[in-house]
Write a protein that binds this ligand. Sequence first.
Ligand code: FAD
Ligand code: PYC
Length: 435
Amino acid sequence: MNAPVNSGGNSGMRGLRGGKQRYSILSLARNALSHHENWQRAWRSPEPKPAYDVVIVGAGGHGLATAYYLASRHGIRNIAVIDKGWLGGGNTGRNTTIIRSNYLWDESAAIYEHSMKLWEGLSQELNFNTMFSQRGVLTLAHSEHERREMTRRVEAIRLNGIDSDVLNPAQIKQIVPIIDTDPRLRYPVMGGFIQRRGGTARHDAVAWGYARAADDMGVDIIQNCAVTGFLIDNGVVKGVETEKGAIRAGKVACVVAGHAGVVADMAGFRLPITSRPLQALVSEPIKPILDVVIMSNAVHMYVSQSDKGEMVLGAGADSYNGYTQRGSLTVPEGMLAAAVELFPVFSRLQMLRSWGGIVDTCPDASPVISKTPVSNLYFNCGWGTGGFKATPGSGHVFADLIARDAPNKIAVPFTLDRFSGGYLIDEHGAAGVAH
Ligand code: FAD
Ligand code: PYC
């Protein structure tokens, strides 16, 4: 396994393998004395078998979670998860890790809150510290109109039983002492709202935790093996073509964020999806100065402080379609100019590194969890700029769909039928960043 690449990036890290001795004092002492060499791998690197019950394409968080829930909830264990790169090397390892469930529409509230509840027990369930930190997500309003719209949105969110509170500038200043609340700013802080149960998690740990748990149940994780086509017979999928040869499968599930359109094309149909770069960056690490996540839709900026002390900042999506995992400099440049106005202390920070990921977005900024025109072929995609927070919930309901060939009630609104039936779930407003 290669190292994931972003803010939490922990080059060459290998976890301890599952099993009861995982946390024993003896094994800790042995590993300390071995200068952290010769640790057992956290999952195997098997060669692909000729056939599986289910092949999952894409070993990001969503694909690995799907495998985990298929194995743990449905008893389907003859599964391969195949990735063209290393697991967690896509958007799972590139995102800014914001988790919240404060969406506008009932359908979205149901799936993101389902996910939030799974997050709340995930470290225990996987026996792997996902570093889920419910430090609160505070969204700023910079105009009177935005403040009123936010107040209305909070009412809608609360009607779904999800926690959210409107804040005035003085309350915000109390929570975030480093923010400038001078009303003469280009983006004055006029108010905001907070979801206190929102927060962050360690993105790599989520992928690693699901991978280890799935591997423990016999799931084969096959890295560095691109899927190049599908075996389709009479409208029914029979397997996949890969760089390591054909692999037959009873069912195939694609979870290839950013490349959903490309992979659907291999199967002979089109998805209502566009793919664009989304960028983020981190500063040098500093002592703790921010213990809440801040988002600003108007500025297209969001920021949190990682456990290592880096300020993790993100911007809106680039305005052009593309597949290169970087983006244009103007986007972070514009975002940083506004961020420095809001947080003058940031002007003293050095930027450590920046990166991009390819996000796939539907016209209504809501995801697809669906059967497709090809029988036994399923797609989970379109999470756009906001799918990290959905990882457990998405994997959980997608596993249901694959196992039963019918969506569970949370996933029903997210089938492809909504684009022909006109039942769009417009979440552009709650996306948090520009789509
Ligand atoms: P991925 O992790 O991208 O996994 C897809 C996998 O498919 C990849 O590993 C890829 O290699 C593989 N693949 C593709 N094509 C093939 C093929 N032909 N054969 C085999 N494998 C293939 N969301 C939030 O909720 N909060 C945030 O704060 C947030 N911030 C973000 C910031 C940035 C800069 C970016 C880029 C995204 C952000 N997101 C955020 C969105 C979030 O990262 C994604 O929605 C989510 O991680 C998608 O997870 P996934 O498992 O579906 O995709
Ligand atoms: O969906 O909360 C979100 C988000 C924050 C940054 C990128 N996406």
